[in-house]
Design a protein around this ligand. Structure first.
Ligand code: SAH
Length: 276
């Protein structure tokens, strides 16, 4: 959480399907940031680095078995070209990530780390994956989106880029949002409510209409803790281990939510608070 986010970020994507980029990232906040030049994207078509007349990027696996494997010589040429172009553009080539189900599972800490670096290269696999020697030769860092198998690295690359870009300065409207969100403090997020205050017979929790910022904060923390404990035992045990003085904090939070709510609600029924 300590890294500072780069003011400007570049990503080079190596893919057999360059037309998939920027794809959804050309729209909405990421798209606007791309237009403004907060981040830049270069896509290189892996097929353009083939030298044979069939333009083949893959071949059968040594040792037999199903499927095809992406050739090391073709990928090597693509990676070298990506670096050359980055240097020519005045960028310092940074880490090279191969999207792969065998990799370290992407989390917010890694997203932040990547957002703090100025340049990233992403290699999208297809077929059965890529020749192992390229991973060794170029010290590729394998990153996975989760324990499932995609047909290619492109959707994973889009997700990773999306998560990074929204952290870049000026991309999200409300800078406050980032610190309170799921994973930022080791907890899942508290539940959200908006107008109308009663919907389908369900009322918004009273405390949120109280306008009492400190109580709202304590209630939200308590909710975030409950949800995390129930849904993600892995995050919960890390949170408990890293929390400075858990017992005192928890008692204070419980006491705050047990106190009767003050009637300081503003006419808009939203407690006048627009934070988070
Ligand atoms: N044979 C491989 C799966 C290949 S899937 C295996 O069993 O591990 C084809 C490509 O999709 C991979 O090379 C990788 O780039 C991408 N891919 C698949 N699942 C992924 C995941 N969970 N995270 C990131 N990339 C993934």
């Amino acid at each position: 959480m300590t890294e500072s986010i780069a003011p400007f970020w570049h990503v080079t994507v190596l893919t057999l399907f360059p037309e998939m980029f920027p794809g959804p990232l050309g729209l909405s906040l990421a798209g606007k940031a791309l237009e403004k030049g907060t981040w830049t994207l270069e896509k290189l078509d892996i097929r353009s680095f083939t030298r044979d007349k069939h333009r083949s990027v893959d071949d059968t696996p040594f040792g037999g078995g199903p499927g095809m494997v992406m050739r090391p010589d073709v990928l090597d040429a693509a990676i070298r070209d990506a670096k050359t172009r980055q240097v020519a553009a005045g960028l310092k080539p940074g880490r090279i990530v191969y999207l792969s189900p065998r990799g370290r599972v992407l989390d917010q800490a890694l997203v932040r780390e990547i957002a703090s670096e100025g340049t990233l290269t992403l290699l999208c696999g297809r077929y059965e994956g890529i020749d192992e020697r390229v991973i060794e030769e170029h010290h590729l860092e394998e990153v996975s989106l989760g324990d499932f198998v995609l047909s290619g690295g492109e959707p994973a690359a889009l997700c990773l880029i999306d998560a990074v870009v929204r952290l870049l300065p000026g991309v999200m409207g409300n800078v406050e949002t980032a610190g309170e969100e799921s994973f930022e403090r080791g907890l899942l997020e508290y539940p959200h409510y908006t107008r109308p205050p009663v919907w389908s017979g369900r009322a918004v929790p009273e405390i949120l209409l109280s306008g009492h910022h400190e109580k709202v904060r304590a209630w939200r923390l308590e909710q975030a803790e409950k949800i995390t404990e129930a849904r993600r035992p892995d995050l919960w045990s890390d949170y408990l281990a890293s929390r400075p003085a858990p017992k005192v904090k928890k008692r204070r939070a419980r006491r705050a939510s047990a106190e009767p709510t003050k009637t300081t609600a503003t006419p808009d029924g939203n407690g006048g608070s627009h934070e988070g």
